[in-house]
Design a binder for this molecule. Structure first.
Ligand code: GLV
Length: 319
């Protein structure tokens, strides 16, 4: 029997699967576990099932001890984990791709619609009891038909977003290290371009790349100013892919038309400047937040964890 530490509250079915075979210590509150508590609980763990709110770094790995075999993240993004530090200690790292693709693409599409059609702004008018009246020129937005969606990072979520956008009549351009194969590119009607061209020619830019030192502030002041003044930026990837302070300046100055954000640079903090901007749609990291998706994520994380503990290859290794 191995010792498994689950660092946050996850759907019970996943904890039960782990408990059927192992000794499980699961944090049972929806508030994130305090760092000190986490470091003490992981001592002697053979497996850690982690949430994206927990930093898994050398300090945590040392606190756990040399018997640790796997860190199973309940997320597709794993920038909260120091993968090289895990590899150096022979600790496997796994994530949960696939099961959250549709939910996250739905949120990307929702943000595209919200920001281009000014839905947050409209809601605020009604809720604040300000007077309003249907009018020919009242709160006009931008239609999506025939507009270009630029997908930065055409992985599974990028492709699922492209499919949705196509059904809204959008054209698709994308960046990706290795271009899509012919049939997939044809199915998505997607054109492979460089980042500079994508930013300069897209009406909506949607970010779907992983966060890494390479993508830190990928969208900075210079790149924002290379976008069209009529363009919108949507981020459902990770906050620090965008320089949030530069984005506030760009939204204030009208360098771009608007932004839809599900993720922020210093979550759960949100840049004060964004809060007063009507052309920013702000939602609290809800990409994978459906009952079905969170259950599937926790279940897949349990599968990965159990595979490593049983000496089998996990379905979703990273690094
Ligand atoms: C959510 O943000 C995830 O990476 O799964």
């Amino acid at each position: 029997m191995a010792r498994v530490v689950v660092t946050g509250k996850v759907p019970a079915v996943a904890v039960e699967r782990l408990r059927a075979a192992h000794d499980v210590d699961a944090w049972d509150s929806e508030s994130p576990i305090a760092r000190g508590e986490l470091l003490s609980r992981v001592q002697g763990a053979d497996a850690v099932v982690s949430l994206l709110t927990e930093r898994v770094d050398a300090e945590l790995l040392d606190a756990a001890g040399p018997q640790l075999r796997v860190v199973s993240n309940v997320a597709v993004g794993y920038n909260n984990i120091d993968v090289p530090a895990c590899a150096a200690r022979g600790v496997r790292v796994t994530n949960t791709p696939g099961v959250l693709t549709d939910a996250t693409a739905d949120i990307a599409m929702a943000l595209i619609l919200m920001v281009t059609r000014r839905l947050g702004e409209g809601e605020r008018v009604i809720r604040s009891r300000r007077p309003w009246q249907w009018g020919m020129f009242y709160m006009l937005g931008t239609g999506l038909q025939g507009r270009r969606l630029g997908i930065v990072g055409m992985g599974q979520i990028g492709a699922a977003t492209a499919r949705r956008a196509r059904s809204f009549g959008m054209e698709i351009a994308y960046t990706k290290r290795t271009p899509l194969d012919g049939p997939t590119a044809a199915e998505l009607g997607a054109v492979h371009v460089g980042l500079d061209e994508l930013l300069a020619t897209s009406d909506v830019v949607s970010l779907h790349c992983p966060y890494s030192p390479e993508t830190h502030h990928l969208i900075d002041a210079a790149r924002l100013s290379s976008m069209r003044r009529s363009a919108y930026l949507v981020n459902t990837a990770r906050g620090p892919v965008v320089d949030e302070a530069a984005l506030v300046d760009a939204l204030r100055a009208g360098t771009i038309a608007g932004a839809g954000l599900d993720v922020f640079e210093r979550e759960p903090e949100v840049h004060e400047g964004l809060l007063g901007l009507d052309n920013a749609v702000l939602i609290p990291h809800l990409g994978s937040a459906t009952v079905e998706t969170r259950t599937a994520m926790a279940d897949l994380a349990a599968t990965n964890c159990l595979a490593v503990l049983d000496g089998r290859e996990p379905p979703n290794p990273v690094g």
